[in-house]
Write a protein that binds this ligand. Structure first.
Ligand code: BGP
Length: 475
């Protein structure tokens, strides 16, 4: 049984949906220099280049069409809607003293529209959207000065949206600082030569972001003690590839590399195991005594996390990852999506149990979904069975996790409407219950159209997760 006030929702990020990348004073963010194509994250130049297509510049034009889209979300029955504030709409370069009023007004209109429809906004303060100027001029989150800029930004938005937004998250997938450092931490690790220097940069940026997160929690509570502020990690689990003790132990250590972030954000202090990581990698972090006081005071109210798949680790293998989590060995027991992401609903139950045992704090599943190449049939319909099946199995698993004893605040399906993929920039990797006529090359009318999964998710919400059969939607 799902609790009566369970937050059924959908999630997007500003940079993957809004477009309007320079409208009303918005500055560039890291997302705006990502071209379309596989592996784009490794090949980015920090300038806009001529003749290169940047999907986020128009995206699905949510900036101009959000009223129409929220109308559809309301019909779908969403109880909450997660999006981010594009930091560079508010502070275009990131280091200004005065915010951009036109950027603030846009989010006033967006949050007002959601509230009017009875849809609770859930807002990420930084979802892969560090202002580009801060990356180029300051070196991104590896520079302590960003603490000041982020502090200013969070004070402005907490004050401005007081009473309009109650659920917040600080940094999206903060643990991705290791695998997608430019997006997650605004750092360009290509500029350093050795693995050691890379780790130094990543942990320095991580420390600064963790302190910034704590500072944001403190700011948010000061403005309104009713604010509920969470952290956000990518927590697809890692299984050992075999029962070899080496595989088991290394997978465990790798898991800690992620849980390091939530350990600090939820418990308020560096975990003991970090000492050894720091020594072995000769990390030399710039820290101030005040940082540790802030970490203590600014712990998060809940743990938000994304879950897409599981991965398989073998001792000694190169550790790689992308937006869905780590990329390990192929798991022979699991089917994969068209993008090679293993489909593993039971792993969601496993993760909820793991996190509940570790923290005893409420969880919020703020991303879960399946990227599919949708087909429009001769009747003009999209009967997206794979998406409905994925949804069905993951909701059952979440239900089991609740029975196991997890407290789960809500579930926000990733991409209730098709948006640009964060990992590849494609439009054709579609997650939505609502199709958007926009193609990989940027063509399309932007027209919206409901898929069959729209009716299915609507039924799930209307029955509070009780009616999960989707056979009738296949006809
Ligand atoms: C997460 C990000 C999202 C998102 C999702 C799916 O890592 O928080 O922004 O897009 O993954 O990944 P992709 O868009 O690459 O399919």
């Amino acid at each position: 049984m799902f609790p009566e006030d369970f937050l059924w929702g959908g999630a997007i990020a500003a940079n993957q949906a809004e477009g309007a990348y320079l409208t009303k004073g918005k500055g560039l963010s890291v997302a705006d220099v990502l071209p379309v194509g596989e592996q784009r994250i490794g090949k980015v130049t920090l300038d806009i280049q001529k003749d290169v297509f940047y999907p986020s510049h128009e995206a699905i034009d949510f900036y101009h069409r959000f009223e129409e889209d929220i109308e559809l979300f309301s019909e779908l029955g969403l109880k909450c809607f997660r999006t981010s504030i594009a930091w560079s709409r508010i502070f275009p370069k990131g280091d200004e003293l005065i915010p951009n009023e036109e950027g603030l007004e846009y989010y006033d209109r967006l949050f007002d529209c959601l509230n009017k429809k009875g849809i609770e906004p859930v807002v990420t303060l930084s979802h892969f959207e560090t202002p580009l100027h801060l990356v180029k001029e300051y070196g991104g989150w590896a520079n302590r000065q960003l603490l000041t800029f982020f502090d200013r930004y969070t004070q402005v938005v907490f004050n401005r949206y007081r009473g309009k937004v109650k659920y917040w998250m600080t940094f999206n997938e903060i643990n991705h600082a290791h695998t997608i450092p430019l997006l997650a931490a605004g750092i360009d690790v290509n500029q350093v030569a050795s693995e050691k220097e890379k780790l130094q940069l990543i942990y320095q940026a991580s420390h600064n972001m963790l302190v910034a997160s704590a500072q944001a929690v403190i700011n948010g509570k000061k403005v309104d003690e009713n604010n509920r502020i969470g952290c956000m990690l990518s927590l697809s689990p890692i299984y050992p590839a075999t029962c070899s003790p080496k595989d088991v132990f290394e997978s465990y250590e790798l898991r800690r590399r992620s849980l390091f972030y939530s350990d600090i954000q939820l418990r308020g202090e560096y975990p003991a195991y970090f000492q050894r990581i720091a020594e072995e990698n000769e990390l030399n972090l710039e820290v101030e005594p005040i940082d540790f006081e802030l970490l203590k005071k600014g712990t998060c109210d809940y743990l938000g996390f994304s879950f897409y798949r599981s991965s398989l680790h073998e001792a000694g293998m190169k550790i790689l990852g992308n937006t869905g989590g780590l990329l390990g060995k192929k798991n022979p027991y699991l089917e994969e999506s068209e993008w090679g992401w293993p489909i593993d609903p039971l792993a969601l139950r496993y993760v909820c149990n793991e996190l509940t045992d570790r923290y005893q704090k409420p969880l919020f599943i703020v991303e879960n979904g399946l990227g599919v190449r949708d087909e429009i049939n001769s009747f003009g319909e999209i009967i997206d069975e794979a998406r409905m099946s994925y949804l069905n199995n993951h909701i059952k698993s979440m239900k089991d996790a609740i029975k196991d004893g997890s407290t789960i605040l809500g579930y926000t399906w990733w991409g209730p409407i098709d948006i640009v993929s964060a990992g590849t920039g494609e439009m054709e990797k579609r997650y939505g219950f609502i199709y958007v006529d926009k193609q990989n090359d940027g063509t399309g009318t932007l027209e919206r159209k409901k898929k069959r999964s729209f009716e299915y998710y609507k039924q799930i919400i209307a029955t509070n997760g009780e009616k999960l059969d989707y056979q009738e939607f296949l006809k």
